[in-house]
Design a protein around this ligand. Structure first.
Ligand code: AMP
Length: 418
């Protein structure tokens, strides 16, 4: 038998209910904060991520599912959503057309990473982005919304970390300070760090190699090299977070794995998730839109990993069960049973039937296994009298109801139980 591709997962009935709850809560939270849904293609031009995500990132260097299509064009499965959202915003002139520049999207991403718990090659993200607003109050609102989402999903034991990585005017000074502090220790760091020192020294903070950590821990902090404007922005963000009553920790190692971040970066980490503990992460990227060929507009957003949110959500025990199961006694009632099932479904009730017309006992057993709320029994006697036997599986009570009334009776009971 052919198995699923390594790093991909089937989300099966039984687990899907948690995903559905997650998606319901997510849409609700996005709506409350004024975000509009957008769906962009899974496949994009490779160049979008080279320019957007950045040539020096692990994603672009090692992890993209990029290939030449049959027309000779370089394309890739999207490894993240932000560059696609920026592209769509510019391509459709959404700045002029939308009542709010706040967008959200849910969908699969693809990265050729080493699979482990919480890390897959196809995974799903909620992505939210806001374009054209540079004010620090938005940074705090976005972070507050991310915390609110986690709270609404009843995920406990989380840690909010923030940092500021500065802007193009103060970053070169920090890069210089980093390289100076590394000095002759640079050749002892891993190959990736040597490469990062040349392409984007900030990336050195992403290093996970254990022997490199003491050196990296001794490096200067970006917040100590911020220009006046970046310092004010960071202070204003933290002040509003404090006013919101949100506790956060400043982590100077939080530079995030992408090239485009400016000023604020943040992550929410979850306990009990093992090594892959970032539930969500994001930040400000004021230069990205211009970098991919659009107008010079600010941007901020975050991406949350849905697999990790599902892992961190508490069990709710919710599983699908039908409103009704129609049992046929004898194959001569086959057609009336299907007509009754059709009528129940048309009235909005989820209904199952047994297609093989097994013994009434076997059908009752199956109905019990599906956890149907009502079992409707139709035999030739009932048919002759124009009646249906209705068993409430919760109370065990069984009554006889006229065929003409049974649908409205069950619809009424369903409304009452809601
Ligand atoms: P990033 O786009 O790398 O900033 O990641 C944002 C969020 O997406 C992370 O905090 C994770 O929750 C999730 N994520 C990123 N990569 C993966 C992956 N390979 N598998 C599962 N979730 C991921």
């Amino acid at each position: 038998m052919i198995s699923a591709v390594r790093g991909t997962r089937d989300i099966l009935p039984g687990e899907i209910e948690r995903w559905q709850r997650l998606e319901r809560v997510t849409r609700d939270v996005c709506e409350r904060y004024g975000y509009l849904e957008i769906r962009t293609p899974v496949i994009e031009r490779e160049e979008l991520f080279k320019k957007g995500t950045g040539e020096s990132t692990d994603i672009v260097q090692k992890e993209m599912y990029a290939f030449t299509d049959k027309g000779g064009e370089r394309v890739t499965l999207r490894p993240e959503s932000t560059p696609s959202m920026v592209r769509a915003f510019v391509e459709h002139g959404l700045e002029q057309h939308l009542v709010t520049p706040k967008l959200f999207s849910l969908g699969p991403m693809f990265r050729y990473e080493r699979p482990q718990k919480g890390r897959y090659r196809q995974f799903h993200q909620l992505d939210i982005e806001v374009f054209g607003i540079a004010d620090a109050t938005l940074d705090a609102e976005v972070i507050e919304m991310a915390s609110m989402l986690v709270r609404e999903l009843e995920i406990e034991g989380v840690d909010l970390v923030i940092n500021s990585v500065g802007c193009p005017s103060c970053r070169p000074g920090f890069h210089h300070a980093l390289l100076e502090a590394l000095g002759d220790r640079l050749p002892q760091l891993c190959n990736d760090c040597q490469r990062r020192a040349k392409t984007n020294p900030l990336r050195i903070f992403d290093c996970k190699v254990p022997t490199d950590q003491p050196t990296i821990d001794s490096l200067p902090h970006s917040v100590d090299y911020l220009c006046e404007a970046c310092r004010e922005h960071f202070d204003a963000t933290k002040a509003l977070l404090t006013a919101f009553g949100l506790a956060c920790r400043v982590s100077h190692r939080l530079v995030r794995g992408l090239d485009y971040y400016t000023r604020t970066t943040f992550e929410i980490l979850g306990e009990n998730l093992g090594a892959q503990n970032a539930l969500l992460g994001g930040g400000r990227y004021d230069g990205l839109m211009r970098q991919v060929g659009g107008p010079d507009r600010a941007g901020i957003g975050f991406a949350a990993g849905l697999e990790r949110l599902v892992l961190a959500m508490p069990e709710s025990g919710e599983t699908w069960c039908p409103d009704a199961f129609v049992v046929a006694i004898g194959s001569e009632v086959r057609q009336p049973v299907h007509l009754l099932a059709r009528d129940l479904r048309h009235a909005g009730l989820s209904t199952l039937v047994d297609y093989e017309v097994r013994s009434p006992r076997a059908q009752m057993k199956r109905a019990a296994r599906t956890k149907a709320r009502y079992v409707l029994i139709v035999g030739s006697d009932e048919l002759e009298r124009g009646e249906v036997s209705v068993k409430n599986m919760g109370t065990g009570e069984q009554t006889t109801v006229a065929r003409d009334d049974v649908v409205s009776r069950l619809v009424g009971e369903k409304c009452l139980s809601k």
